[in-house]
Design a binder for this molecule. Structure first.
Ligand code: SF4
Ligand code: SF4
Length: 254
């Protein structure tokens, strides 16, 4: 009985043991996982590059019906929710406005350094207060209807996109991200949570400082040599990963 349960016969008539069978099944499963992870990576790459089109569709659709702007609430909650376990990953990889900055405006801007005042804690706190107060007052006066709240959101997103785009033309294309209220809140969460699922800088770094020159937020990745790139404002955009001649930055860099 034991022998019958342990051995089976494959289509070509050869005897297959249980361990060979389970090795075969796990090979198929890992191949599937591999294919799936490639597909997910491709979709993520396309999204990162082209999701600014979603922003354009959103802005055009909002003119037709302001209630469409309510979808923006998900995009506002996203950075903070994701920051609990992955730092500001959302900002650098999922945000459609970030895609606009990276895919379009980075090609035409002057790329000057972000002014220190825009990165200061006081300014960031002020932006959070002003934005939430504007939203709260606007929502109150709208009577709480979906249409009214959507209208408030739409105006805020339209105006902040214009501000971000204008700054991108003169300063770094990610200037807005230095003080975006949701990004700042995500940064606060990231500072407290200290996720391990962020980029790393390997000891093979030769301190050429190219990563610092490339970082759109003015961070200094090579200062984290041999450690996690744990700066709470790192949006994991990957610009430093691409420029590093030693391939010393990555999620698996050791
Ligand atoms: S670009 Fe790479 S090698 Fe150069 S300083 Fe940055 S991490 Fe180090
Ligand atoms: S440190 Fe690297 S990944 Fe982080 S924001 Fe700067 S360039 Fe992007």
């Amino acid at each position: 009985m034991r022998v019958l349960r342990t051995f089976t016969v494959n289509p070509s008539g050869q005897t297959v043991t249980e361990s060979q069978k389970s090795a075969h099944i796990s090979a198929i499963l890992s191949a599937r996982t591999f294919v799936r992870s490639i597909a997910v990576r491709r979709i993520a790459k396309i999204w990162k590059k082209l999701s600014f089109l979603v922003l354009f569709a959103f802005l055009a659709g909002g003119l037709y019906d302001f209630r469409i702007a309510l979808f923006a609430l998900a995009c506002m909650a996203g950075p903070v929710a994701v920051s609990v376990f992955r730092g500001r990953f959302w900002c650098g990889n999922v945000c459609p406005r970030g895609s606009l900055f990276d895919s379009v405006l980075s090609k035409v801007g002057m790329g000057r350094k972000i002014p220190g005042v825009l990165r200061s804690r006081a300014f960031r706190a002020l932006v959070i207060v002003v934005m939430f107060a504007t939203f709260g007052v606007g929502a109150y006066h709208s009577g709480g209807s979906a249409y009214g709240i959507g209208q408030v959101l739409y105006r805020m997103i339209f105006c902040t996109t214009l501000v971000g785009a204008a700054l991108s033309l003169v300063y770094s294309h990610r200037s807005w991200c230095a003080f975006c209220p949701m990004g700042s809140l995500a940064s606060l969460v990231a500072r407290r949570k200290k996720s391990a699922r962020v980029l790393r800088v390997a000891p093979s770094c030769v301190s050429c400082k190219l990563c610092h020159k490339e970082c759109p937020l003015g961070l200094v990745p090579h200062e984290y040599k041999g450690d996690l790139l744990s700066h709470p404002d790192c949006i994991q955009c990957g610009a430093c990963v691409l420029v590093c001649p030693k391939k010393a930055i990555g999620y698996k860099a050791r």
